[in-house]
Design a binder for this molecule. Structure first.
Ligand SMILES: Nc1ncnc2c1ncn2[C@@H]1O[C@H](COP(=O)(O)OP(=O)(O)OP(=O)(O)O)[C@@H](O)[C@H]1O
Ligand SMILES: [Mg+2]
Length: 227
């Protein structure tokens, strides 16, 4: 299953006119691969993720998520698609202060109405996968920044998404912790065959990606395969 954007254009109102945040973007992310998106501030990276996540509807173009053409979907169908097929990791973890790490993950499936016990087992498997098996019962204030970010990633994987979208996962972390989070995203992408897109400022990590694309003024440069 893949993520495909074809000829995607997104504009925002800007004074009397409109600003073009995405300008005829084409991007194809195969399952089990990572694409890094780099580029200057304001170039459209987060807009690209927002469109891929179906959180923002483009003016033109097509977004296909794991075989589903999102263009014709209404709000409820998009919300269901996000819940079931798309994992989103925002820059800020947005964890709920009163819940333990395991409960943060279980909340995802409560929303979806799955049996609580199965969700609990899955939450602990994922916390184990991100190296936090022994921290499952801790609340956010009892975790380090890197550990919170790993809970955030585990939570995004709770519904076994086909597409994983990650915005600046390492910006709040030192180089070593950032490298560990990136390594985790690489191995989870391979194991779970997600089509993964990571926005990052940190050029030191790009050699771990399958591909790096650069945004500039809403345009994507021709993607090159990483060596
Ligand atoms: N909701 C909005 N309304 C109007 N303009 C917006 C909105 N969101 C983003 N923009 C504009 O669209 C352009 C792209 O913004 P975007 O957030 O995608 O950039 P970015 O590459 O993620 O930047 P950064 O690296 O700073 O996070 C910018 O010019 C920004 O000002
Ligand atoms: Mg951004």
């Amino acid at each position: 299953m893949t993520l495909t954007l074809t000829d995607v254009t997104l504009t925002y109102p800007d004074g009397d006119g409109r600003i073009t945040a995405l300008d005829r973007i084409a991007l194809d992310v195969p399952a089990g691969t990572l694409t890094a998106v780099v580029g200057p501030s304001g170039s459209g990276k987060s807009s690209l993720l927002a469109v891929a996540a179906t959180l923002v509807t483009p003016d033109e173009g097509a977004v296909v998520v794991a075989g589903t053409h999102t263009g014709g979907l209404g709000r409820a169908d998009k919300a269901a698609l996000r819940r079931e097929r798309i994992g989103i990791v925002f820059q800020q973890p947005n964890l709920l202060p009163s819940l333990t790490a395991a409960e943060q993950l279980q909340l995802m499936t409560h929303l979806r109405g799955r049996a609580a016990r199965a969700a609990g087992v899955r939450a602990r498997e994922l916390l184990d996968a991100v190296g936090l098996a022994d921290k499952a019962d801790r609340r956010p204030h009892q975790l380090s920044g890197g550990q919170r970010q790993r809970v955030n990633i585990a939570r995004a994987l709770m519904n076994d998404p086909a597409v994983l979208l990650v915005d600046e996962p390492t910006s709040a972390l030192d180089h070593e912790r950032g490298a560990a989070v990136l390594d985790l995203l690489v191995s989870l992408t391979r194991q779970r065959s997600t089509a993964t897109v990571i926005v990052t400022h940190d050029r030191g990590h790009l050699d771990r990606m399958d591909r790096t694309v650069t945004m500039r003024d809403g345009r994507l440069t021709a993607p090159a395969l990483n060596a």
